[in-house]
Write a protein that binds this ligand. Structure first.
Ligand code: SF4
Length: 448
């Protein structure tokens, strides 16, 4: 038997489909993929309110024969909205997120926790349509329901405004013959031996396969030629000096961390908006003065908007700085423009922060300063170890932005005081290193 998710898996890679059935123990689901999955589940439940008072067909954990039977009973009873409506046809089982009847016609809705319809979503709906209509239920249209990127939360979530539904009817109709031919092909794969498929671009497109480690372990060991990369800098002295000489003291080094909830958690925020919850700031009054450190980390409470406290403290702590260094200016500048849009009362001081911002990435992006060990990258994660190998993110419990974001979101649900305390310390250490790295990078440039 196939299911919608197995079908989609098989379209991406037949080996992945086979492994999922026969060697599931080799599957490695990353934490970020698990977070996406659980987000998707919650969003699906929220979207049901778009058509309230429906009946749930799946009472067990997973849709199966009993839920298919219950769906048929609901249809016979005249129920007009069915959640997880389950159908089986041509050895394939699908559960439609929302099946809704209006004006005597049936419509199906597949919910995605994204801000737009993506090509891979069409495959989902195409196989669902094939099974539902093949089971004998005519469908008047098929929709993909996703977030409305322009929705702004004000008060309780308005589900009718949060979601938009795109008809994908014409796309899926043209895919029906392909689905019909693919199903027996994929069923045959499941019954056969492990397919021989080489790793390639499809392993990470449109998302990472969860059997990558397994497949990589089957590759013959390569004779890796170890190339020693030089850490000796190639420096365009005049350009570096011009950059350094333009610095006006006092200087600040600023870096944000953000969360990006699909369903907006706070008023004046939108789906998947990057909401800053933390910053680190190093401040130096003059070239010879001591460097001071400031930081902000919002309370571990997602009912409180972290931005207002962050904005006020940041305005206050940066007000003396004539130069505000950030690393990769589009990120911090965009966050501050969003703050101005969402909190217009702070427009003037926030605009002043933007006006004083200087991007510390410039000397590396423009190749004024490079080493072979940077491998052509100007990312701080490559530049820092090249300049200061002893200052590494590798030793930190939280070592990249997505992990910081997930850790902060998890804090809200954490009831263990010790874990909360430790996680908050880890978050502070991570963000602190981001601006300390900038301090150290500037020292190197000043030494040229
Ligand atoms: S890692 Fe690549 S080749 Fe291996 S199962 Fe996944 S998609 Fe297929």
């Amino acid at each position: 038997m196939l299911s919608k998710s197995r079908y989609v898996r098989g379209i991406k890679c037949q080996k992945s489909l086979w492994l999922y059935k026969h060697k599931k123990e080799e599957q490695l689901v990353s934490e970020s993929a698990m977070a996406v999955f659980s987000r998707g589940t919650n969003v699906g439940e929220l979207a049901q309110n778009y058509f309230p008072d429906g009946k749930m067909a799946v009472l067990e954990d997973y849709p199966g024969y009993a839920s298919a039977q219950r769906t048929q009973e609901f249809i016979m009873q005249g129920v007009e909205t069915i959640y997880e409506a389950t159908f089986i046809y041509d050895s394939t089982l699908v559960a439609v997120d929302i099946l809704h009847k209006e004006g005597g016609k049936w419509f199906m809705y597949e919910v995605k926790s994204t801000n737009s319809t993506k090509p891979e979503h069409i495959i989902d709906v195409a196989v669902q349509y094939y099974v539902v209509s093949g089971s004998g239920l005519p469908l008047a249209d098929a929709f993909l329901m996703h977030f409305n990127r322009d929705y702004v939360r004000r008060g309780d979530i308005n589900v009718k405004e949060l979601f938009v539904a795109d008809s994908v009817y014409s796309d899926i109709l043209s895919n029906q013959e392909e689905v019909r031919l693919k199903i027996p092909e994929l069923l045959k794969v499941l019954e056969g031996d492990e397919p021989v498929i080489e790793m390639g671009a499809h392993c990470s497109n449109p998302y990472d396969c969860d059997f990558c480690d397994y497949c990589a372990s089957l590759l013959p060991p390569k004779d890796v030629e170890i190339i020693e990369l030089s850490n000796i800098p190639e420096v365009k002295e005049n350009e570096v000096k011009a950059f350094v000489n333009a610095i006006e003291y006092p200087i600040c080094h600023l870096d944000f961390e953000t969360i990006m909830p699909g369903v907006p958690l706070f008023d004046e925020s939108r789906p998947y908006q990057q909401v800053p919850f933390q910053y680190s700031l190093h401040l130096q009054e003059s070239p010879d003065s001591e460097i001071q450190h400031f930081q902000y980390l919002a309370p571990s409470d997602l009912t409180i908007d972290p931005r207002k406290g962050l904005i006020e403290q940041m305005i206050n702590e940066t007000k003396g700085g004539k130069t505000i260094f950030v690393y990769h200016i589009p990120f911090e500048r965009t966050r501050i423009y969003e703050m101005m849009r969402d909190f217009p009362q702070y427009t003037e001081p926030l605009q002043s922060i933007i006006d004083r911002m200087v991007d510390l990435i410039i000397p590396f992006k423009r190749k004024y300063y490079r080493t072979e060990t940077m491998k052509g990258s100007s990312s701080i994660k490559k530049v820092l170890p090249a300049l200061y190998p002893e200052l590494s993110y590798d030793d930190l419990a939280i070592s990249e932005g997505m992990a910081a974001s997930n850790a902060f979101l998890d804090l809200y649900y954490c009831n263990d005081e010790n874990v909360t305390k430790q996680t908050r310390e880890d978050l502070l250490k991570y963000c602190h290193l981001d601006t300390l790295a900038m301090v150290k990078i500037l020292e190197v440039l000043k030494g040229v």
